[in-house]
Design a protein. Structure first.
Length: 367
């Protein structure tokens, strides 16, 4: 470990100064300058500026300044240099004040020894060295954080940094836009205060008009860092149609649809199911999450003239957009049942088709 090697001594007591210099020299610390008074130091101001020492040792019983005044005059000229003060035991009450004023330490003249002096000098220098290193590190950290924040702010997706408890530490501009709050409002709050998970990887923004939904991804930081990074982005049209269209689950019409005995399916223009009510789930024997996204082709045979979905859409466009009739439908499981079938083209909120299937009891001739 590196040790203090250069020291400036300020003392008007020749005998004490000689003794201190001898002890320090034997400990490997060079007294590079010695001043008998504060005025002598001031006259040689370059001594602390041109080639700063590792430490200043000042006797506060000087011919021109004493006590706290003497220390203050020295410290103002040695701002980044540790200063150790010498006082009498009768002045012990000055000790706490010296520390408050920035003294690295203080020693009593009448109980001095070579080992004690060497220990205090080296400890004072080591503390200052660590403090200087910490200051440099913090400056680099602040600069690094500024660069890091600049990168995050330009990240195209919404980005949040969470602490170990899930509270928001920072939010980039896009995250603020998506959540509808400034960073000042978001920081310190739990993520759950702003979004609610609906399905894995998808969240709804609380309080947002139109039940705004986002794609969410959580990335853990380094193993020894409990923070988390959260990525947010708006849904693509395909994700919106596949998972949430017609986005009516929170509306009165959706509540009514869920209560119907008739099976209701909504299919997009590509022939994929984007909505199925409870009756449709029961009819298919398939949970909603497995129905959504599945192609209609193959679910039933002979749903209507044309069979294939693209032909059904073309037929509806040529015949006023609606069709109804009785059909005996065979599901993929092989069960056969007669249904009153209603088909209607949709133009909004998506382009597609609504299919309503009402079971018909008893044998019904198919026309």
């Amino acid at each position: 470990m590196r040790r203090a090697t250069r020291l400036i001594l300020i003392s008007g007591d020749e005998r004490l100064a000689a003794q201190l210099s001898g002890w320090l020299e034997r400990a490997g610390v060079q007294v590079c300058e010695r001043f008998p008074s504060l005025q002598a130091l001031i006259a040689h101001g370059h001594a602390l500026e041109a080639n700063p020492p590792d430490l200043v040792l000042v006797d506060l019983k000087l011919p021109d300044y004493q006590g706290l005044d003497a220390f203050a005059e020295v410290k103002v000229r040695a701002i980044n240099i540790p200063v150790v003060a010498l006082i009498d035991r009768s002045e012990a009450l000055l000790g706490p004040h010296l520390l408050q004023m920035g003294a690295a330490d203080y020693l009593f003249r009448d109980v001095l020894s070579a080992p004690l002096l060497e220990h205090v000098v080296q400890q004072a220098w080591e503390r200052q060295r660590v403090q200087n290193n910490l200051s440099e590190y913090l400056q680099e950290l602040y600069a690094s954080e500024a660069r890091f924040r600049a990168i995050l702010q330009h990240y195209p997706d919404g980005l949040l940094i969470l602490d170990a408890e899930g509270r928001i530490l920072m939010a980039n501009d896009e995250a603020q836009r998506l959540l509808g709050y400034t960073e000042a409002h978001l920081v310190g709050q739990p993520l759950e205060a702003f979004v609610r998970e609906e399905t894995p990887g998808f969240v709804r923004v609380l309080g947002a008009p139109g039940a705004s939904r986002l794609r969410l991804r959580i990335i853990s930081c380094e193993e020894d860092d409990p923070c988390q990074m959260v990525l947010l982005r708006p849904l693509t049209e395909a994700e919106r149609q596949e998972r949430f269209a017609p986005n009516a689950s929170e509306t009165l019409p959706a509540i009514i649809l869920e209560a119907l005995d008739e099976a209701v399916l909504v299919v997009d223009e590509g022939g994929h199911v984007v909505y199925a009510n409870r009756a449709a789930e029961s009819l298919m024997g398939t949970p909603h999450r497995q129905l959504v996204g599945r192609p209609l082709n193959g679910m039933f045979t002979a749903l209507m003239p044309g069979e294939r979905f693209d032909r059904m859409m073309s037929w509806l466009e040529l015949h006023g957009g609606t069709w109804q009739g009785l059909r005996r439908l065979e599901s993929r499981s092989g069960s056969v049942q007669t249904f009153q079938v209603q088909l209607r083209l949709l133009s909004e909120p998506i382009f597609g088709m609504v299919i309503v299937l009402r079971p018909v009891a008893g044998a019904v001739p198919i026309g």
